[in-house]
Design a protein around this ligand. Structure first.
Ligand SMILES: NC(=O)C1=CN([C@@H]2O[C@H](COP(=O)(O)OP(=O)(O)OC[C@H]3O[C@@H](n4cnc5c(N)ncnc54)[C@H](OP(=O)(O)O)[C@@H]3O)[C@@H](O)[C@H]2O)C=CC1
Ligand SMILES: N[C@@H](CC=O)C(=O)O
Ligand code: NA
Length: 432
């Protein structure tokens, strides 16, 4: 067999450790498939003395990035260290040095994609990032290649494993938020700062990447409206279930008449919808194209080995392209400019929970405000009592967000209304 293709690994944490293990355990099959073996030559870490879950020769470890970036024998740099800086500078330098790059870093791509792809195009090398969205699910390649002949109208799904794990455990086992989050961190699902999972930033970055590819226009992370799950009340999970819904952190991207809608927020999803049954750290992504119709991608969206599966697939593609002299054949696909719709212009259904005075005329007062703002109600249910006050749940028909927000503001000020406790969008039903 020929000389190995040399790899430099930036990071040996959850994902880097998984990549190391997979290249060891499946190295022979991989070499057979490529016709050349892959070899990890150096690994950048912060602390070479830290105990590792992988059995690695300490001589491979370095704290000097130049030992990888400037090594002419290294052909492929794998960035699995995370964060914006210095990861951005290292990826740019690797590309400038004529190396192909594989990364799992959605933070980087969702903010600096344009600069990174320009650098890859300048040297004609590959910049591959399958692991950045949906962990092990092959969604990036599917959108960029297999579905490239379609006009994509919608990408919708669960793209954060940590929050789906938390919501699953809270709803099925009634366990407290903090306890389940700690478990997700132990299992390696969460980001180093789990706030980005909990507050929807991680999912927003992934939706920026998916929307950019699906609609062929550059969408960056700051353009993605997002809310997380930290403000969710456990009673809303309970009431939603009673009404036939699960609450999921959904990413939604749509293109209509040349405008893109892209958002991340908790949503009530009907229990009969396939996304409602996605449990634990699993992710699922629905894609709708004019030729393919509906396609759903499902699998483990986080964790050591599922993510390593995507990274190693990309390493093999980069290696194949090097072997055949075909690097850089599939670069940036953001070729058009399409404006992003502001959140107040979106149209959807809403679940609202209110604490109100338990007296006649209250419903009529609330209904009048809704009516004045063209908010049409699909159902109203009294779910319980909070002391002397009644707890009401409303589900609306589809309405423009601006109208709903105005109605909520006026209703919150009505003397008969103590509090509009929750407003959650409803997605995936017959009206969408
Ligand atoms: N965990 C997951 O399920 C998934 C993660 N990702 C992405 O993969 C990337 C890696 O995530 P993960 O493996 O979980 O992160 P970890 O925190 O587990 O690992 C990070 C690794 O990078 C090293 N590192 C970080 N900063 C530096 C630095 N400045 N200089 C040198 N080495 C550094 C760390 O070194 P040391 O060990 O010495 O501290 C560590 O080995 C992130 O971009 C993440 O968003 C993508 C999909 C899923
Ligand atoms: N923290 C992320 C990891 C994968 O991208 C998640 O929970 O989905
Ligand atoms: Na993926």
């Amino acid at each position: 067999m020929e000389e190995p293709i040399q790899i430099g690994l930036l990071g040996l944490g959850t994902v880097g450790g998984g990549v190391f293990k997979l290249l060891q355990s499946n190295g022979q099959e991989i070499a057979l498939k490529l016709g050349r073996p892959l070899e990890i030559k150096r690994i950048l870490v912060r602390d070479v003395t830290r105990p590792r879950s992988v059995n690695v020769n300490p001589e491979l470890l370095t704290t000097d990035p130049l030992a990888i970036l400037k090594d002419p024998e290294i052909d492929i740099v794998v960035e699995v260290m995370g964060g914006l800086e210095p990861a951005r500078e290292y990826v740019l330098e690797a590309l400038r040095q004529g190396k192909s790059v594989v990364t799992a870093n959605k933070d980087l791509l969702a903010l600096h994609g344009k600069e990174l792809f320009a650098a890859a195009e300048a040297t004609g090398r590959d910049l591959l990032f399958e692991a950045s969205v949906g962990g092990g699910i092959p969604i990036i390649h599917s959108l960029k290649e297999c579905l490239a002949g379609n006009r994509i109208s919608q990408v919708m799904g669960i793209v954060n494993g940590t929050t789906n794990y938390i919501l699953t455990k809270m709803s099925q086992e009634g366990r407290p938020f903090a306890e389940v989050l700690a478990e997700a961190q132990r299992l390696g699902y969460a980001e180093p700062d789990p706030t980005s999972d909990i507050e929807g930033d991680d999912a927003a970055r992934k939706m920026a990447i998916l929307a950019s590819i699906a609609f062929g226009t550059r969408i960056t992370y700051p353009q993605v409206y997002h809310e997380g799950i930290s403000q969710l009340h456990p009673q809303d999970i309970k009431y939603a279930a009673r009404l036939g819904y699960a609450i999921k952190l959904l990413g939604i991207a749509r293109e209509e008449e040349g405008m893109v809608e892209v958002r991340v927020h908790p949503a009530l999803v009907p229990l009969e919808h396939p996304l409602a049954i996605v449990q634990g750290a699993f992710n699922a992504i629905f894609v709708e194209g004019d030729a393919v119709g509906q396609a759903m991608f499902y699998g483990q969206g986080a964790g050591e080995m599922p993510t390593a599966s995507a990274v190693v697939g990309d390493i093999m593609e980069a290696a194949r392209n090097l072997i055949h002299g075909t690097t850089g054949r599939l670069s940036c696909t953001c070729l058009a400019h399409k404006p992003v719709k502001p959140i107040w212009d979106i149209e959807t259904r809403y679940y609202l929970r209110m604490i109100v005075k338990d007296r006649p005329g209250v419903l009529a007062a609330i209904a009048k405000v809704f009516g004045d703002r063209q908010v049409s109600l699909a159902s109203v249910i009294q779910v319980g009592m909070v002391g002397e006050q009644a707890e009401l749940v409303f589900i609306t028909h589809k309405v423009r967000e601006q109208n709903l927000r105005e109605a909520v503001e006026i209703i919150s000020g009505l003397p008969v209304v103590n509090q509009v406790a929750s407003v959650i969008r409803v997605e995936g039903g017959p009206e969408q």
